[in-house]
Design a protein around this ligand. Structure first.
Ligand code: GLN
Length: 533
C-alpha cells in the first residue's frame, strides 16, 4: 500500500478561480497539522516552460533555486509553505511530449505505436509520482492548469482517472473547484454551472471527492445540499470559498470550512489537533490593521497585467506587514514616463521600485524614474533590469558618459556599462539558457545591503543574460556608486549601492522569489522602512 496520498485539484466553469491559492492553502493546513506536503502544477501548454512566454500571456515567470523557469503558482506554493520548490514541481505538456519523443528516438518503444494513451498518460503519471518517491512526503498535491473540458487538459484528466483506479480510494482524491455565480436580477446563487462541470468530469470517468465552490455570497445549507445531491458528494465535502480581500486569508477560511479535515478523513489519515496557525494569524491581523499607508511606485512595462509582477507585489505586502504599514503600490507604465512628466508622476511617491524586464521598450522611462529617485533622495530599489537602468543612468548623468547603455538595447554603444555575460556569447537558443537559479553572493560589511541581510554570504536567484561591466567599476565607485555584493567565483557585480543617498540599492538577482509570509525578504523590509522614515 503506498504511504503517499495524491490529491488532485481541477477547475471548472471558468479560469482564475484561484486553484493555486486553494491548493497552497490546503497544503498549508496539512503542513500545520504536522504532515509533509509538496505541491505541483501541471500546465497543459506546449512550451517546455513559461520562460519564453511574454508576461502578458502568462503572468510572471517564477524561478526556483535549481534554476527552473516555472509557473507563478509555484511562487504561491513557496510563499505559503515556506519551503523551496524545484523543476519537478512544474511540468508542462511540452515537457511531457519532449521526453516521450526523445524516448521514441532512443528506441525505448521499439516496435510499438507511440500514443497518448498509454505513453503520454504514463509519462504524466511518472512525473506526478516522481515527486512522491524522490522525497518523503505524506501528501503530493497536484494542481491541473486550465479548465475541465479543454482539449489540452484531457490527457491529464485521463491520467488522474487511471491513478485513482490504481492507487485506490483512500490514496487519491480529486478536489474540483467551480464557480457559483450570483445572478443579481434573480437575487440567487446558481449551481447549474457546477453541476455541468461535474458532469464533464464524470464523462471522463472521474467522480470528484470534494467540491470547492467559489462564490461572492455565503452558501446556505440548501445550496450545499443541492450541490451534494446533484454531484454525488456528501454535504461535508461541499466547501465554500468566498471572495476575500487578501489571498492570505484563504487558509483561515479553509480551516473554518474544514477542508483539511475532510481530506484527512477521506484519506484515512489522523486528524489530530486543530492547528493554531499563530504566525499566520498574526500576519493576517497586521495585514488588515496597518498603522500607516505609504505610496510606492512600481515602474515596469507589463503593469497592465497584475500577475506580471506577482512576486514583487507579494514581497511588498510581506514587507509592509513587518513595518506595520499598508503599501499602496502605484503601477506606472514606463512607456508613459518622460523627462517632462516624471516629476508629476513620481512627486507623491515615497519610494520607487524599477522592475525587471527585457528589451528596449519603455527603457527611457525607467531611466528617467531612476534619475528622479536619485536626485530627489527618494528610496530606490532596482531589480535586475532595474539595477541595469540605475547603472546606465549613473553613467550618463553622473559620470558624463552620455551615450552609455546596455548592449541589450544598443549593441553599438561606446560605453557598454551593461554587457552580455561571457558565457552567454556562444548561446543562440532562447529557452532555459539564461543565468538561472541560486548563486552565492558576498556582501560588503558597513553597507545598507549588509544592514538588511546582516550576513556576508547570501544566496539569491537569477534570471538574466547581461551584467555590470567591471571595466567601469572604479569610475562608479569613485563617484559614490559602489558594488556591495559580488559573486565570489566570477567577480560578477550582484549589488550596487549609491552611498550619497537615503536608500538606493540595485540588485542583479531577484529577491522577490525568496520572500515568504514567515520569512519576508530583508531588502524589501528595509526598502519599505526607508520609505516610511
Ligand atoms: N534583460 C536583462 C538581462 O537579461 C534583465 C533581465 C531581468 O530583468 N530579469 O540581463
Amino acid at each position: 500500500m503506498p504511504s503517499k496520498k495524491y490529491i488532485f485539484v481541477t477547475g471548472g466553469v471558468t479560469s482564475s478561480l484561484g486553484k493555486g491559492i486553494i491548493s497552497a492553502s490546503l497544503a498549508k493546513l496539512l503542513q500545520a497539522r504536522g504532515y509533509s506536503v509538496t505541491l505541483q502544477k501541471l500546465d497543459p501548454y506546449i512550451n517546455i516552460d513559461p520562460g519564453t512566454l511574454n508576461p502578458y500571456e502568462h503572468g510572471e515567470c517564477f524561478v526556483t533555486e535549481d534554476g527552473a523557469e516555472t509557473d507563478l503558482d509555484l511562487g504561491h506554493y513557496e510563499r505559503f509553505l515556506n519551503i523551496p520548490t524545484s523543476q519537478d514541481n512544474n511540468v508542462t505538456t511540452g515537457r511531457i511530449y519532449l521526453s516521450v519523443i526523445n524516448k521514441e528516438r532512443r528506441g525505448d518503444y521499439l516496435g510499438k505505436t507511440v500514443q497518448i494513451i498509454p505513453h503520454i498518460t504514463d509519462e504524466i503519471k511518472r512525473r506526478i509520482k516522481i515527486l512522491g518517491t524522490k522525497n518523503k512526503f505524506d501528501f503530493v498535491i497536484t494542481e491541473i492548469g486550465g479548465t475541465v473540458g479543454d482539449i489540452e487538459s484531457l490527457p491529464y484528466i485521463e491520467a488522474i482517472r487511471q491513478l485513482k483506479w490504481e492507487l485506490g480510494p483512500t490514496n487519491c482524491l480529486v478536489i474540483h473547484l467551480t464557480l457559483v455565480p450570483f445572478l443579481s436580477a434573480a437575487r440567487e446563487l446558481k449551481t447549474k454551472p457546477t453541476q455541468h462541470s461535474v458532469k464533464l468530469l464524470l464523462e471522463n470517468g472521474i467522480q470528484p471527492d470534494i467540491l470547492v465552490l467559489r462564490t461572492e455570497k455565503h452558501l446556505n445549507q440548501e445550496i450545499r445540499g443541492k450541490v451534494a445531491l446533484f454531484c454525488n458528494v456528501d454535504i461535508s465535502s461541499v466547501i465554500e470559498s468566498i471572495d476575500v480581500s487578501s489571498i492570505y486569508e484563504v487558509p483561515l477560511l479553509m480551516l473554518k470550512e474544514q477542508l483539511d479535515i475532510t481530506v484527512l478523513r477521506k484519506t484515512a489519515m489522523t486528524v489530530g489537533e486543530t492547528p493554531q496557525l499563530t504566525g499566520w494569524n498574526d500576519f493576517v491581523q497586521k495585514l488588515k490593521n496597518p498603522k500607516i499607508t505609504v505610496d510606492i511606485a512600481l515602474v515596469g512595462k507589463y503593469v497592465e497585467l497584475q500577475d506580471s509582477y506577482k512576486s514583487i507585489m507579494e514581497s511588498i505586502v510581506h514587507a509592509g506587514v513587518v513595518n506595520n504599514c499598508r503599501v499602496k503600490l502605484h503601477s506606472i507604465h514606463s512607456e508613459r514616463i518622460t523627462e517632462l512628466n516624471v516629476t508629476e508622476l513620481l512627486s507623491k511617491m515615497k519610494g520607487v521600485l524599477v522592475a525587471p524586464g527585457f528589451g528596449d521598450r519603455g527603457i527611457d522611462g525607467k531611466i528617467f524614474a531612476v534619475k528622479y529617485a536619485r536626485e530627489n533622495n527618494i528610496p530606490f530599489f532596482g531589480i535586475c533590469l532595474g539595477l541595469q537602468c540605475a547603472v546606465i543612468e549613473f553613467a550618463r548623468n553622473v559620470l558624463g558618459l552620455n551615450s552609455a547603455h546596455s548592449t541589450e538595447m544598443d549593441h553599438k554603444t561606446p560605453h557598454p556599462v551593461i554587457d552580455l555575460m561571457e558565457e552567454q556569447k556562444r548561446i543562440t537558443d532562447k529557452g532555459g539558457t539564461m543565468r538561472l537559479g541560486a548563486y552565492l553572493c558576498k556582501v560588503k560589511e558597513g553597507t545598507l545591503t549588509y544592514e538588511a541581510y546582516k550576513s556576508t554570504e547570501i544566496m539569491e536567484r537569477h534570471r538574466h543574460r547581461y551584467e555590470f561591466n567591471n571595466y567601469y567599476l572604479p569610475a562608479f565607485e569613485k563617484a559614490g556608486m559602489i558594488s556591495t555584493g559580488i559573486n565570489p567565483d566570477t567577480n560578477l557585480v550582484e549589488i550596487m549601492e549609491f552611498r550619497n543617498h537615503k536608500w538606493f540599492i540595485g540588485v542583479q538577482f531577484h529577491p522577490e522569489y525568496r520572500s515568504t509570509v514567515l520569512n519576508p525578504h530583508p531588502l524589501f523590509i528595509n526598502f519599505v522602512k526607508a520609505t516610511i522614515n
